[in-house]
Write a protein that binds this ligand. Structure first.
Ligand SMILES: *[C@@H]1O[C@H](CO)[C@@H](O)[C@H](O)[C@H]1NC(C)=O
Ligand SMILES: *[C@@H]1O[C@H](CO)[C@@H](O)[C@H](O)[C@H]1NC(C)=O
Ligand SMILES: *[C@@H]1O[C@H](CO)[C@@H](O)[C@H](O)[C@H]1NC(C)=O
Ligand SMILES: *[C@@H]1O[C@H](CO)[C@@H](O)[C@H](O)[C@H]1NC(C)=O
Ligand SMILES: *[C@@H]1O[C@H](CO)[C@@H](O)[C@H](O)[C@H]1NC(C)=O
Ligand SMILES: *[C@@H]1O[C@H](CO)[C@@H](O)[C@H](O)[C@H]1NC(C)=O
Ligand SMILES: *[C@@H]1O[C@H](CO)[C@@H](O)[C@H](O)[C@H]1NC(C)=O
Ligand SMILES: *[C@@H]1O[C@H](CO)[C@@H](O)[C@H](O)[C@H]1NC(C)=O
Ligand SMILES: *[C@@H]1O[C@H](CO)[C@@H](O)[C@H](O)[C@H]1NC(C)=O
Length: 382
């Protein structure tokens, strides 16, 4: 079960150092600066007449100043949002304002509360089977033994936040993954936000946040379905169905890989890649297929990394076993004919010999005989 939390925001009042250096003794017009680290909203109030305000964020992961648009909530209440900012390594936020000709700057330092190294790491999530999602992470190197991580996800800043319903535990009983089994309806514009925080009786646990990821980028497709191979004398025609996918995307964004191999052959064929196909079909000239072959397929989005699993393997072509029997049969036949021909020739040459042959010839003939006998049944050197 997915637990839906109402979106009570976690507001953190920061140690703000609102410098008035440029303004002498005048009180700063910027007050009540707060950051909501989940929603990534910086809010403040102003006093007096304020003109020309700006805000900015700098993080270790994104050291270039990001200056988003500043919005007015009402009269004297302002906010900036930084939806793509990653805050778990800390951040420096700045609000500047001009009041009555004087400039003011308010700089805030945000630190991830909790013990350094206690937070989860390496979070990755995958959407599969239309409605399911799995996430996994590793425990922080400095996490206490009783750490209890919690994963939250949401798709819009003001949308509902879902906590993981089914945690996956490692051998020590620590939560290191999550399975969601009822994602709502998918929209190609969905951006997934994730947050892992945690609790411990020992110490505060740092949170882990990530840049938002567009839904289609997280999806791992099912393998191509209903794979068939038909033989029409000149060609083998391989057909399949595109997998059902969560986000309605056109077929032209799919890339298929066909892995076609000859059974029992050591030489591996490179996979065949097919992108932006309009017809789910691949034709293989029969002349390229000698002996039994196998084919399996997988699929991905042309722009993303995640491949589906391989489909099940299908066999086609004349089985190698029959081919072997035929070739053995041919070889045996050839050997028998060769043996008969040699015996016939030997007979003729001994008959035509009136005088006994010189020693060397006799030795050669003697040596030749067992070899001719050897030809009677088993193919040699074949
Ligand atoms: C600052 O916040 C306090 C408490 O929320 C509020 O009473 C006060 O009016 C705020 N100041 C301004 C200038 O909005
Ligand atoms: C703006 O502030 C003034 C004075 O504090 C107040 O009378 C007015 O109702 C406020 N307007 C809005 C839209 O909040
Ligand atoms: C804010 O003011 C400080 C000090 O004047 C300045 O260094 C900084 O660039 C300003 N930042 C923005 C976003 O305007
Ligand atoms: C896991 O995360 C840590 C810290 O963020 C990083 O140093 C490490 O390279 C990551 N490991 C993998 C396998 O991605
Ligand atoms: C997702 O997690 C479930 C439960 O641990 C597992 O059975 C399933 O194979 C996983 N699927 C993917 C695509 O990772
Ligand atoms: C949030 O959840 C409530 C109750 O489940 C639902 O009525 C509401 O539509 C949801 N809001 C969004 C933005 O998904
Ligand atoms: C973890 O984050 C969620 C979502 O923002 C919040 O409701 C919860 O209180 C946080 N837990 C801790 C221990 O900070
Ligand atoms: C077999 O199929 C291929 C591809 O559809 C076609 O070009 C070819 O003419 C067909 N051969 C026969 C004998 O029907
Ligand atoms: C596979 O074929 C069956 C029967 O024709 C069909 O119902 C099903 O939708 C097909 N699967 C896909 C993924 O197209």
């Amino acid at each position: 079960m997915v637990v839906l939390l109402d979106f009570v925001s976690l507001l953190v009042l920061l140690n703000s150092s609102c410098s008035t250096a440029l303004a002498g003794d005048t009180e700063s017009p910027i007050v009540n600066v707060t950051l909501d680290p989940r929603k990534k909203i910086l809010s403040w109030n102003t006093r007096g007449i304020v003109t020309r305000q700006t805000c900015a964020i700098v993080t270790p992961l994104d050291p270039d100043d990001v200056s988003p648009n500043l919005q007015v909530r009402n009269n004297d209440s302002y906010f900036c949002t930084f939806p793509n900012a990653v805050l778990h390594q800390g951040a420096t936020l700045t609000v500047n304002a001009t009041s009555e000709g004087q400039e003011f700057s308010c700089q805030l330092t945000f630190k991830n509360p909790g013990k350094e190294g206690s937070g989860a790491q390496n979070l990755s999530c995958v959407i599969y089977n239309i409605r399911f999602m799995n996430c996994s992470w590793t425990r922080g190197p400095a996490a206490p033994a009783d750490v209890r991580y919690q994963l939250y996800t949401w798709t819009s800043v003001h949308g509902n936040v879902s906590e993981c319903g089914l945690y996956i535990l490692d051998s020590a009983g620590t939560r290191v993954g999550c399975h969601f089994d009822e994602l709502g309806e998918g929209h190609t514009t969905d951006d997934y936000f994730f947050l892992v925080n945690g609790t411990s009786s020992d110490t505060d646990i740092q949170f882990l946040d990530c840049p938002p990821v567009n839904g289609p980028r997280l999806e791992k497709y099912n393998p191509p379905a209903n794979l068939t191979v038909k033989d029409n004398v000149s060609h083998y025609v391989i057909r399949w169905d595109a997998p059902a996918i969560r986000y309605s995307l056109s077929n032209s964004v799919l890339r298929y890989a066909l892995d076609i191999q000859k059974t029992g052959s050591f030489a591996k064929r490179e996979p065949v890649f097919l992108s932006r196909q309009h017809k789910n079909e691949y034709r293989l000239p029969s002349s390229d297929v000698r002996g039994e072959h196998t084919v399996r397929m997988r699929v991905q989005h042309v722009h993303f990394q995640i491949w589906s699993e391989w489909s099940s393997t299908h066999r086609f072509g004349v089985p190698e076993k029959n081919f072997l029997v035929v070739s053995i049969g041919l070889a045996v036949g050839a050997a028998v004919l060769f043996g008969m021909a040699v015996m016939f020739l030997c007979k003729r040459c001994t008959e035509s010999q009136v005088t006994p042959p010189p020693r060397s010839v006799r030795r050669t003939a003697a040596r030749r005989r067992p070899r001719a006998e050897g030809c009677s049944g088993h193919p040699e050197g074949n």
